[in-house]
Design a protein around this ligand. Sequence first.
Ligand SMILES: NC(=O)c1ccc[n+]([C@@H]2O[C@H](COP(=O)([O-])OP(=O)(O)OC[C@H]3O[C@@H](n4cnc5c(N)ncnc54)[C@H](O)[C@@H]3O)[C@@H](O)[C@H]2O)c1
Length: 350
Amino acid sequence: MEKKASGPLRCLVTGAAGFVGSHLCEGLLALGHTVAGVDNFFSGRRENLDPFASHPRFFFHERSITEPGLLEDLHKAHGPFHTVFHLAAIVSVPYSVEHPEETYHVNERATVRLLNDAEKLGVRSFVFAGSAAEYGIQDRMPLRESNAGDGTRWLSPYGEAKYRATMAVASRRRRPRGVSLRCFNIYGPRQDPSSPYSGVISRFVDMAVAGRPLTVFGDGLQTRDFVFVDDVVEAYRHAAASADESANGPCGIYNVGSGRPTAIVDLARLICRLTERPESITFCAERPGDIRHSTASIEAISRDLGWAPRIGLEQGLRRTIQWMRGAAQPTGVKASPDGDGSENKPRREL
Ligand SMILES: NC(=O)c1ccc[n+]([C@@H]2O[C@H](COP(=O)([O-])OP(=O)(O)OC[C@H]3O[C@@H](n4cnc5c(N)ncnc54)[C@H](O)[C@@H]3O)[C@@H](O)[C@H]2O)c1
């Protein structure tokens, strides 16, 4: 059994200016780690970097993950990375349908190249942002990690590219040890509500705060599994630690969700209540290609990594609403040059 790394580590976060990536950078900085962040602002925003851009242990590179030699350049600039957290991706499913080749290039091929370069450069662990979209069309819930396979009917190039990249990451038997986290519907502060393809919570909260009716596609009885962004950051840290701990131990694919289905219409009602708005919900035509139900089994990640979500839907929504109203409040551990974030320490973490 190899020894678990301790003390401050040097990490790379791709997609650092994104919704989840920016929270992850902040969480790692708060724990004392040094973070190099990469983003080309394809969908990320400069404002997301603002809370920690001038942190003395944060280094930002505006580059694309598709550039050959990227990891080698960063290795030369900063020294060896202990962990690569690879979150950069084309994240819009409809965009991936319109631009399949670009999606495979960014989401699959660039991931495989980063992985190979990580091996050459001695990176110890590689944690990848997989997705629930890897499951495609499925009848039975909750979804278990074994439910996606080569016979899966994916709904988009996004889902298929994520699946292939996950398999490349999780099937490694050499360093870096790879873990893919198949996240379900992540929500929280900084999620961009402006695109029609944004997460349903950011769109609903945006509509409610602006006093507009909430638009539900279809009958609203379709269900999703929502997980708060701080819990996702914890899952990334647990995954990195587990990949670091042993040469043959947990290393693979894990769902990250709440394990609970929430009907979209119930979500809309809850957001109306929490924003103290009259219940104003408009139903419109179902969107073609939308799956009916999606719920994670979180048995494997709880058992192997000791992770479980801590923030319930109502609490997470309150924080999201508060952020959307412009009264941003701390979302878990905050980056500070000397803060150790110990108040949020889970059992096993990077
Ligand atoms: N948000 C969710 O509900 C959810 C669910 C499952 C999986 N994921 C995955 O988690 C990761 C983060 O998602 P997010 O919600 O924060 O989305 P996001 O769009 O906010 O973040 C993705 C980031 O990647 C960057 N990026 C895209 N192409 C790039 C390139 N070629 N080079 C460098 N940077 C590039 C974007 O600019 C953006 O900052 C993604 O891989 C996504 O597929 C998200």
